[in-house]
Ligand binder design. Sequence first.
Ligand SMILES: Nc1ncnc2c1ncn2[C@@H]1O[C@H](COP(=O)(O)OP(=O)(O)OP(=O)(O)O)[C@@H](O)[C@H]1O
Length: 415
Amino acid sequence: MNEGSDGGSGGDNLFSDVDAGGGNDVFANRELLNIDHVPDQNRIVGRDDHIRELANEVGPAVTGVPPNSVILYGKTGSGKSLVANHVMERARDEAERRGNRLATVTVDCAQAKGEADTIQTVADSVNRPGTGVKVPTRGISTNEYYNRLWEILDREYDAALITLDEVDRLGDDNVLMLLSRAREAGKVDVPIGIISISNKVNFREQMTERVKSSLGHNEFIFDPYDGEQLRQILENRKDAFQEGVLEPGVIPKTAALAAQRHGDARKAIRLLRHAGDYAKNNGVGEVREDHLELAQEQAEVERLKELIAGLPPHSKYVLYALANLTSKTPDDRDWFRTTVIYDVYRKVCESEGTDDLTTDTVRGLLSELAFLEVTESNQEHGGMGKGTYKEHRLLWEPSVVFKMDPDPARVDVDQ
Ligand SMILES: Nc1ncnc2c1ncn2[C@@H]1O[C@H](COP(=O)(O)OP(=O)(O)OP(=O)(O)O)[C@@H](O)[C@H]1O
């Protein structure tokens, strides 16, 4: 028997500070601070109007009548997914109460790998054992996935609500087109409402006219939360902690820190959780304001790593180039031309012992980084006869970028 395991009814000491609710000395229910956690209705702060408006648009689905499709726009962490999931859940319950069957499903388009995968996810999650329809993960054509989805919907449901989260990551318009027009095209009898979610306010401009007209013109904008709303969101999850563990100033300070940076509820919740983890891991027994400082940078490093996880490795070298430039230039001059970044990027590659890529490829990497809002870019005019050029700026602290690796490339940026 391993040391520390008493093997009796007391269980293994190794896990002694874990209880069924994920509790310990610091946390009573850490789950409340998970980003995927969907809070109860009474814990949703400041989004009553959006909830009501969205329910008005998709509401007809509860009686099997065609709902309107809607696009929700807003910065990350402004509650778009939360509101969509909340309204869908209540719509499903209400449909059931009225004797109707409403299919509800959310697809994260950033995770789905193309059209077939997206439709497979939708079909699989609305499928029921009684349909006799199989939705394998591979081996059938995209068209066949659609056919199976229509079959399941027609057999089992009176209406469907499909949420496409991060819809701008879909890659092409086909999914939106086919789902929104399926009934009109006679593919399926069941009315389908689509809730599209995007962080990019200019996403609508990228859609083709055909898709725009099939999605309708219902758009809701989610403004970032202010400090007071963030404070309430955090207060509502205070019972994640054991009684008396949170110092009184911690929640207001967490809210203030998150409000400074984009009013992102996700960031606020994550920060509070990290501060709790810090207290727990260091056996401090209480969560203090100074733990937030320590937790903040770690939370940002994690978020940045998450954001760039799907990008090619050289995106990180481009980021290092920008971080090197930004950290060695006065604060008010943090915009850099592509060519300047490229020169420093080559030095980074040299220090990392890897071959550099072409300027065009680096330009593409910079666009991807701007799309993910790790950087921002703008077009500058060089003046008469000089044409235009692009400039880029890092939207994260260089110290956060450098902490992504134990030994990041710091290079000489003198040109
Ligand atoms: N009004 C709110 N009340 C309570 N919790 C909230 C509220 N808004 C957001 N949250 C919480 O913040 C986190 C992020 O919210 P959500 O996922 O809805 O944001 P989002 O706008 O969809 O962001 P993204 O575009 O990055 O997906 C979730 O854990 C959610 O529960």
